[in-house]
Design a protein around this ligand. Structure first.
Ligand SMILES: Nc1nc2c(c(=O)[nH]1)N[C@H]1C(S)=C(S)[C@@H](COP(=O)(O)OP(=O)(O)OC[C@H]3O[C@@H](n4cnc5c(=O)[nH]c(N)nc54)[C@H](O)[C@@H]3O)O[C@H]1N2
Ligand SMILES: Nc1nc2c(c(=O)[nH]1)N[C@H]1C(S)=C(S)[C@@H](COP(=O)(O)OP(=O)(O)OC[C@H]3O[C@@H](n4cnc5c(=O)[nH]c(N)nc54)[C@H](O)[C@@H]3O)O[C@H]1N2
Ligand code: SF4
Ligand SMILES: [Mo]
Length: 702
């Protein structure tokens, strides 16, 4: 079914269309293969793909270099006397079977934990959930998206009744009149999305950016709301105050489609521009200007990302920004609405089908007996065998210290780098009786493992992902698995066999898993029943929900009703609350963390790509010259940063493009270079998202 294109511009090379392995844009690309050697040798953007239309970012153009990279793990590794030794799959499986069974017979089934990730296809993500619950029979399963999309999910569930990251297709964006981007550095983190904003601007659209830093995204804004980290709900409530006061609300829409407006109106009364400015640190005039631009735009889109979500009040922040779109009557129509920028490639699809501690496929809830009954039937198990809800990612890692979890299988994540309070997490993981990690590059987490299982990269298997828009798309197999590596679904199925549960994991190809998932999700909120591989290929992807084979999919959600029983949206009425850690005399500076364009997440993939390392070899502490001068720091000087959890050394990078009370550090490095040694593991009470974006730090000259 995959089209192999020959000789487009180069003799002796073939091209296969697929999508990028990295962020939620899932840009379309053709991967080039050398016909003689069979090696992956290059990439071209796909001009016909609607989301990127011929553009790729620096990570996208080098992604192919992972496939035949010299650092690939090509055989299973077993740790013997502290050193990894290559082994056969049989030997690795023998050991895993023995240790998993020992742990479970001594401490019970829940003593094994599974920690998943969403850089995998939906088929694999779905199988991680089933593997934990059916093959291992444990309730302890969660995944790296807990650190990523969980607050967006919580905020959308609370206001709109469902967690689809975007209410509209993104090529629409160029027809919008106003973009309100909060806590999103799209120019560096979703670079190909910028074109939609530029094209909108060419038609006169306005751009508002809320970010403590003047990022490349903020630099092109009409208004830059340079707020203090951790004050988003105050800012959004302040804008809401003005929308109401200046008569920008769509009262007809509110009357017909929205609950709780009167209550919200009362609550935001005190969020005057003066009060809002005092909390957020943003100039009052800028707040007024932003509210007027947003209020006057006929078609507007509110978009946000981890800047607002990775906070103790991440769910509330998402809800407060979503409230703005609701009172303006923007959700459910062309070129308007609300969207979060999906982080990882399959951050959307990978969270819908049961990798989360409390969810089953199709967003069914583990606490709903009907849902358990339905999915048990699809899986062929008795409902009484279905484990209950487990705990969130950080809590699962922390529970190792209580001896609750004793063995763990990490599939597609590098939690010792990406978790908050990472020295504590590293020490915790070192205490595990037995750790298995699936990866294709030896990550900092894999280094701690007893067994490392070599999996394939995204180019060696087919399957689906769901992009940031909610469009289900097809990843194609480019080449055969390298060395002795296997796809994650094969590995999970074979371990299931060893655990005596092989009958539930009889798949020959990815599509078999997809077809089971279609049924498992049928009738759920994220209903994939009507989506097939063939339909995806024919239609440039299919937007879920898609309940029937003849259903065209749903590019616009909420056109007529929201996903609550009464069909109405619920404004969430929440006051501003302080972040978990405020600055003090002892820790006087705000520390925030995030990304640079050249690296991806824990860096385990991008730190191996020469071009990306040349551009950005090491982390740094970005700060304003006026803050640096108080400490007599100069550009490039190595200083010490310290929070209540740990300290570390970093180079100073001076820039005027940041608030004078804030330091920013990118988090793509491990061990002593990991900024997560310092971050605060304080969790949002609903999403259990750690507060990566705000903590209090002190700095010292060395
Ligand atoms: N180059 C690159 N691209 C990526 C990734 C990557 O690692 N590298 N990762 C992907 C993934 S998984 C994700 S989740 C996304 C993340 O994409 P983004 O969320 O856009 O990236 P971040 O850098 O984490 O944070 C965004 C911005 O939030 C700002 N910020 C900090 N504190 C606050 C606050 O309190 N309020 C507000 N409003 N803003 C604040 C920061 O200054 C930063 O500019 O990117 C995806 N794309
Ligand atoms: N301080 C701070 N910390 C953060 C954040 C922040 O903004 N600030 N952001 C958080 C966010 S949004 C995220 S998404 C997390 C990400 O945190 P992690 O999940 O730890 O990050 P990755 O580097 O994506 O780790 C994925 C690992 O899986 C491997 N891998 C890739 N594809 C596959 C595959 O198909 N199968 C298998 N088995 N392995 C694969 C990669 O080589 C890599 O080692 O970090 C979070 N941590
Ligand atoms: S924007 Fe995202 S999906 Fe597109 S090329 Fe860059 S990393 Fe890949
Ligand atoms: Mo993420």
């Amino acid at each position: 079914m995959v089209t192999v294109l020959k000789n487009l511009d180069r003799q002796g090379q073939s091209f296969i269309p697929t999508h990028c392995s990295y962020c939620g844009m899932q840009c379309g690309m053709n991967i080039r293969i050398d016909d003689t050697s069979g090696k992956v040798v290059g990439v071209e953007p796909r001009y016909e793909w609607p989301v990127n239309q011929g553009r790729l970012c620096p990570k996208g153009v080098t992604a192919y270099q992972q496939v035949d990279h010299q650092d690939r793990i090509l055989r299973p590794l077993i740790k013997k006397n502290g050193k990894f030794v290559e082994s056969s799959w049989e030997e690795a499986y023998d050991l895993i079977e023995k240790r998993f069974k020992e742990i479970q017979s001594t401490y019970g089934k829940d003593a094994l934990g599974v920690y998943g990730g969403v850089s995998m296809t939906t088929e694999k993500c779905y199988l991680v959930g089933k593997y934990a619950r059916v093959a291992l029979g444990t309730k302890h399963i969660d995944y790296n998206g807990r650190y990523c999309m969980s607050s967006a999910a919580g905020g959308f569930n609370a206001t709109l009744g469902m967690d689809r990251g975007s209410t509209l297709p993104w090529p629409d964006l160029m027809h919008s009149d106003c973009f309100f981007l909060a806590g999103s550095n799209s120019a560096e983190c979703h670079p190909t999305s910028i074109t939609w904003f530029w094209r909108g601007r060419d038609r006169g659209a306005k751009l508002i950016v809320a970010d403590p830093r003047e990022t490349p995204t903020a630099r092109i804004a009409d208004v830059h709301l340079d707020l203090r980290s951790g004050t988003d709900s105050a800012l959004a409530n302040g804008i809401m105050h003005l929308l109401i006061k200046e008569g920008y609300t769509d009262n007809d829409y509110i009357e017909k489609r929205v609950n709780n407006f009167e209550e919200l109106k009362r609550m935001v009364e005190r969020f005057t521009p003066e009060f809002t400015s005092e909390i957020t640190g943003v100039d009052k005039e800028k707040i007024i200007k932003a509210a007027r631009i947003y209020g006057q735009a006929e078609k507007s889109v509110v978009m946000f990302a981890r800047g607002v979500e990775q906070q103790r009040k991440g769910v509330d922040n998402v809800a407060c920004y979503t409230n703005l779109a609701l009172v303006r009557g923007q959700i459910g129509k062309f070129a308007s609405g609300v969207a979060t920028f999906t982080g990882q490639g399959n951050g959307q699809g990978g969270r819908e089908h049961g990798q989360k501690a409390d969810l089953l496929p199709g967003y069914r809830k583990l606490t709903d007996p009907e849902a358990v009954k339905y999915v048990s039937k699809v899986w062929g198990i008795d409902p009484s065998e279905m484990p209950g809800p487990g705990v969130s990612a950080y809590e699962m890692l922390d529970s190792i210290n209580q001896g609750t979890v004793r063995g763990m299988h990490v599939i597609c994540s590098n939690p010792v780098v990406s978790s908050p309070n990472s020295q504590h997490v590293t020490r915790s993981m070192e205490k595990l009786d037995f750790l298995v990690v699936n990866d294709f590059f030896l990550s900092e987490t894999a280094e701690l493992a007893d067994v490392v299982l070599p999996c394939t990269t995204w180019a060696e298997d087919e399957g689906t992902t769901t992009n940031t828009e909610g469009r289900v798309i097809k990843i194609n197999k480019i080449v055969e698995p390298r060395g002795k590596s296997k796809t994650d679904w094969k590995i999970m199925s074979e371990i299931a066999e060893r655990m005596g549960r092989g009958e539930f994991f009889q798949y020959e190809k990815s599509e078999d898993i997809f077809n089971e998932l279609r049924i498992a999700s049928k009738g759920g909120k994220a209903d994939y029943y009507g989506i097939t591989y063939e339909k995806i290929e024919k239609n440039e992807g299919v937007f879920w929900p898609c309940p029937d084979l003849d259903h065209p999919g749903t590019p616009y959600v909420y056109e007529d009703k929201f996903a609550f029983p009464d069909g109405k949206a619920n404004l969430r009425v929440v006051d501003w609350q302080e972040p978990g850690e405020m600055t003090s005399k002892e820790y006087p500076v705000i520390l925030t963390t995030g990304r640079v364009v050249f690296h991806y997440l824990s860096g385990n993939q991008t730190r191996r790509i020469p071009f990306l390392m040349e551009q950005c070899p090491e982390p740094y502490a970005e700060m304003h010259p006026s803050l640096a001068s108080q400490y007599h720091f100069s550009d490039g000087e190595v200083i010490e940063l310290e929070t209540r959890r740990a300290n570390m050394k970093l180079k100073v990078r001076l820039t005027k493009a940041i608030r004078k009370d804030t330091v920013f550090v990118p988090y793509h490095w491990g061990k002593e270079l990991a900024i997560n040694q310092l971050t605060n593991p304080c969790l949002d009470p609903i999403s259990r998202m750690p507060e990566f974006k705000v903590c209090a730090v002190r700095m010292r000259k060395l």
